[in-house]
Design a protein around this ligand. Structure first.
Ligand SMILES: *Cc1c(COP(=O)(O)O)cnc(C)c1O
Length: 390
């Protein structure tokens, strides 16, 4: 399957690209992103078929439905990394908290961040494409704390890739910083910046889109790519665990097959939530995806009011730094899916020039058929408390 672009096409770029091309150069025309040309409608048969599958069997089949240009044995090597998670037979245990509330434990990988779910296999896939093409890649990563360690871990000592990782100095936990700066592979470079995550991500996006910088690297036989969730190579692996978790609930008799569920997704750059959205479009019976935020609640406001408003906004440092983000990149892919490329380009350009956009009433209604949202501050305690204990 080919990939198309969220903000339309400028003449310098091909209309569609392959999966490999989309992950090697993830920024599309006008600063947009790549998205699949269409999503396979897998239907309930897919869920029935995989009720007793292992995580890897489910993942393999799901990836095959995308018809990506990655060889089967490379995918097998990538998925084999789930064997090193805490439980070889189930990388994502789904655990009951109380009646009707279950948690999908996505933190059983090597760096203890859920980022491992996607970045572990992504590292194998990207490195193998680079080797096959005989190309060298400089992978840029901007992190608010969890992506950095997971990206460094997956790419360390892999052939044909180097990583430069930008993190907000003082903006991550000590554990996260140490996870990064103590990696000692030759192909990794970690850089603390004066600024917040959005500054790091802006710098990354600018470098990716900068023709001069790219040309200079090219002259040294190096190409540029990114390990952030703007990269569809990560998103594709984030669809799988939502389906797996649903099947786990069926296996545990918590729900019956076909029953709708609410997916509550803590969100920052909206990669995890986008995986849930794609999963629901492909096969999952989902009532709503509930987006949870901390004080940096731009997504709550967007989903409640249709306004994405960054005027005068600045990031508040919280105890959940992975969500201390104002420019949430992947919401763009939802906008595209719902409203098309022209409207997405219009909205995203408005955000860039005016720090603000507003959906019309009809668009907001459409967004709210799929999503709901709320946030809490560190003082209020958890959303869990508010929703489930009162
Ligand atoms: C990355 C991360 C998030 C945000 O996920 P997105 O996919 O960027 O929305 C939330 N919580 C934790 C612990 C994370 O590591």
């Amino acid at each position: 399957m080919n990939f198309i672009q969220t903000r339309g096409i400028d003449i310098s770029r091909p209309k569609t690209v392959t999966f490999s091309e989309a992950i090697l150069a993830p920024i599309a025309s006008f600063g947009g992103l790549y998205v699949p040309e269409s999503l396979a409608n897998l239907g309930s048969e897919f869920l029935d078929k995989h009720l007793n599958s292992s995580y890897k069997e489910l993942a393999k089949d799901m990836l095959e439905r995308f018809e990506i240009d990655i060889e089967s044995d490379v995918i097998d090597d990538a998925l084999a990394l789930y064997d090193s998670f805490d439980d070889k037979n189930n990388p994502v245990p789904v655990v009951k908290v109380k009646e009707n509330l279950y948690i999908s434990e996505l933190y059983h990988g090597p760096t203890r961040a859920f980022k491992d779910m996607a970045l572990q296999p992504f590292g194998v896939v990207l490195s193998s494409i680079a080797q096959k093409r005989g190309e060298n890649y400089l992978i840029l990563a901007a992190t608010s704390g969890d992506t950095g360690p997971a990206a460094l871990e997956t790419f360390k000592n892999r052939a044909n890739v180097q990583v430069a990782c930008l993190y907000p100095y003082g903006g991550t936990s000590d554990v996260q910083r140490l996870q990064m700066v103590t990696e000692d592979a030759k192909n990794l470079k970690v850089i603390g910046i004066h600024g917040v995550f959005d500054d790091a991500q802006n710098a990354l996006k600018k470098l990716l889109a900068n023709d001069d910088f790219n040309a200079e690297l090219k002259s040294k036989n190096v190409s540029l790519s990114a390990a952030n969730s703007v990269n569809f190579g990560r998103i594709i692996f984030q669809i799988i665990y939502h389906i797996h978790s649903y099947l786990e609930l069926v296996r545990q008799d918590a729900i019956s097959m076909g029953e709708k569920v609410y997916l509550n997704v803590p969100s920052g750059n909206f990669g995890n939530a986008l995986g849930a959205y794609y999963a629901s479009k492909m096969c999952l019976p989902v009532e709503k995806i509930i987006i949870s935020s901390n004080e940096n609640n731009v997504l709550t406001k967007l989903i409640k009011t249709g306004k994405y408003d960054l005027r005068g906004a600045s990031v508040t440092g919280t105890t959940s730094p992975a969500m201390d983000i104002l420019k949430s990149s992947n919401i763009e892919r939802v906008l595209f899916d719902m409203f098309g490329d022209e409207r997405t380009r219009e909205l995203m350009q408005k955000l860039e020039t005016e720090n603000f956009y507003e959906l019309n009433a009809k668009e907001l209604e459409q967004l709210q058929t799929q999503f709901d949202a709320d946030f809490c501050t560190g003082h209020e305690g958890s959303l869990y408390k508010r929703y489930f204990c009162e």
